[in-house]
Design a protein around this ligand. Structure first.
Ligand SMILES: [Zn+2]
Length: 570
């Protein structure tokens, strides 16, 4: 999941050119929380660890993980679980599978979206094969669908609801546009898509179409795939519309692990599922629906990036047929749990997590993170070969079925809730590890200092400076003058780069929001317009995201440095 956090790549390239060649300003002070002598030992240990991850290994691991589409619950997903487990074991680590049986949605047949008026036209609702990208022709690419949207076969007038949030419906009410009994079309952005489904349903829409507006991640942003990294005309964003904000995880076992013996709700009793069909489409398809809309000219803020004036619709000028055919099946999913026991405080756990399942190939989301976790595991295995053990236990978790609703992490957290409350020191999440070169992090405030200090230890491949310096310089280049200069025009001292607050878009949710475990989420971001599409592929990564795979290495290094500090003996 983990919606892109876009930052100025142009700025960072410019800064790289200007600042290149400066020496690394690695902090040589005592590590926070460590006495001077243990601090020196810790630093030596971390350096040994950081020397292990390699871009050649990362490249091969990402290639293996993304060779086939691996939707949660599929045989190909199981193969990735075996691969991760066996890689961890080959590094000398104790890795095991943990299974859960959960309710998952699969399209039984591709959805139908067609214009009934003003003319009859069936839309493509399928991503084109891109000849340059070999995996884009795979027969196993799941059709475009929104996970947990209901099955339905409906025909009704279409109404454009902008981002599909409560204030948008309020604007439509003011403009005299009725939504009840109609099919809503919303653009992606500004909120989790499950919220759009809930708000559409609450406003009486009988179906929801969500499209990727080019202003968000398409041609307005830059060249589209395969010429550039942005979303091309036929590409749409899959994604779950589960009501995560009610509860995440398996819809039928809220609060309890989905294992044999756990009582299950009937699907009709589950409170986190939408009741209306929901369908994602591309902007190529969306423009056919939006262009003929009549009714009031869009309220303020409703205009997107397509080259015509947007109207709200809601009249009989545009009628749409939407048919979705979704199978809800109880399926086995596979978490892979790797444990490195602590030598001093075995019952203090530093938990790291990344999901492994993808909507399609998932090179960026999530397997850049899986690759970073494997390289991190390789580093820990290497340290252990020389007789090292961490002070506290380190647990590496490869989650399944995150995309449908944070399911693998939620079920495991539910199964181990009592122990986690007592033993978990921290949860360190990495969903998207790399979509570009710009480091960013979100966390509880108590972890800010730790993240900043670890970022000082890792080299930024592009600039040769530390990740911390590259991050701080980028923040400075993006900052307003007011933040850079005081009232007298004097330059302010460089501020530490900002770390945001955690939302609820990834696997830290059950740890932070349900169990109160201090958590962080981080990764390297860039120009990324293929989110949840068939083009989030190895080819995309090798040409746009991280052609040298050095940022995968940097992700493993910073993640491992933080884990080693939390698990170290001060
Ligand atoms: Zn993800």
């Amino acid at each position: 999941m983990n919606r892109l956090r876009r930052q100025g790549i142009a700025c960072s390239l410019l800064m790289a050119a200007v600042m290149g060649g400066q020496s690394l300003g690695f902090a040589q002070t005592t590590i926070d929380g460590f006495a001077p002598k243990p601090s020196d030992n810790q630093r030596r240990l971390e350096e040994k660890f950081r020397a292990v991850p390699s871009s050649a290994n990362a490249r091969e691991e990402l290639r293996r993980l993304t060779a086939e589409a691996h939707l949660a619950g599929s045989p190909e997903d199981y193969a990735t679980a075996i691969y991760v487990r066996d890689q961890m074991r080959s590094f000398g680590l104790a890795a095991d599978m943990r299974e859960y049986q959960v309710l998952l949605p699969y399209p039984r047949s591709p959805s139908i979206v067609e214009l009934i008026a003003p003319r009859h036209e069936r839309l493509q609702v399928r991503e084109d094969v891109v000849p340059e990208d070999p995996s884009s022709s795979s027969k196993k690419i799941v059709p475009l669908f929104n996970g947990y949207g209901a099955s339905g076969d409906i025909t009704a007038p279409l109404v454009y609801v902008n981002y599909g949030l409560p204030n948008d419906y309020e604007d439509l009410r003011k403009a005299g546009v009725e939504v009840k009994g109609k099919i809503a079309i919303a653009r992606y952005g500004n909120s989790f898509r499950g919220v759009k489904a809930k708000v559409a349903e609450d406003n009486g829409a009988i179906g929801l179409i969500i499209y990727s507006d080019p202003a968000d991640d398409g041609f307005t942003q830059g060249e589209v795939y395969p010429k550039g990294p942005w979303r091309p005309e036929s590409s749409a964003q899959r994604g779950s519309v589960q009501f995560l904000f009610i509860y995440p995880g398996d819809p039928l076992t809220p609060g309890l692990p989905a294992i044999p013996g756990t009582p299950r709700l009937k699907k009709e009793q589950a409170l986190n599922l939408p009741h209306i069909p929901v369908q994602p489409i591309s902007y190529g398809d969306a423009q056919r629906l939006l262009k003929p809309l009549r009714g009031p000219v869009r309220p303020k803020g409703f205009q997107g990036g397509l080259p015509f004036t947007y109207h709200a619709g809601g009249t009989n000028d545009v009628r749409v047929h939407l048919k979705t055919d979704i199978e809800f099946a109880t399926k086995t999913i596979w978490d892979v749990i790797t444990r490195v026991d602590g030598a001093v405080e075995k019952d203090r756990w530093v938990v790291l997590g990344n999901h492994r399942d993808a909507w399609v190939f998932g090179a960026v989301d999530p397997n850049s993170g899986t690759t970073a976790m494997l390289e991190l595991g390789r580093g820990l295995g290497q340290l252990m070969k020389s007789g090292w053990k961490p002070g506290r236990s380190i647990i590496l978790c490869s989650w399944d079925a995150e995309e449908q609703g944070l399911i693998g992490s939620t079920e495991w957290a539910e199964e181990n809730a009592a122990e986690l409350k007592e033993k978990a020191v921290a949860y360190l999440n990495m969903d998207v590890a790399v979509s570009g070169p710009n480091f960013g992090a979100s966390s509880v405030p108590s972890m800010w200092k730790l993240i900043h200090s670890a970022a000082q230890e890792v080299k930024d491949p592009k600039t040769g400076k530390s990740i911390y310096e590259a991050w701080r310089d980028r923040a400075r280049a993006d900052a307003a003058d007011l933040e850079l200069y005081d009232a007298n025009g004097n330059e302010r001292p460089a501020a530490a780069p900002r770390i945001g607050a955690l939302g609820s878009g990834s696997d830290y949710t059950p740890f932070l929001q349900h169990l109160g475990v201090p958590s962080l989420d981080m990764g390297f971001n860039g120009d990324y317009g293929v989110y949840h599409s068939a083009y989030d592929s190895f080819y995309w990564m090798a040409h746009f995201g991280d052609p040298t795979f050095q940022y995968h290495v940097a992700a493993a290094q910073i993640w491992g440095t933080i884990a080693l500090r939390l698990a170290g003996e001060g």
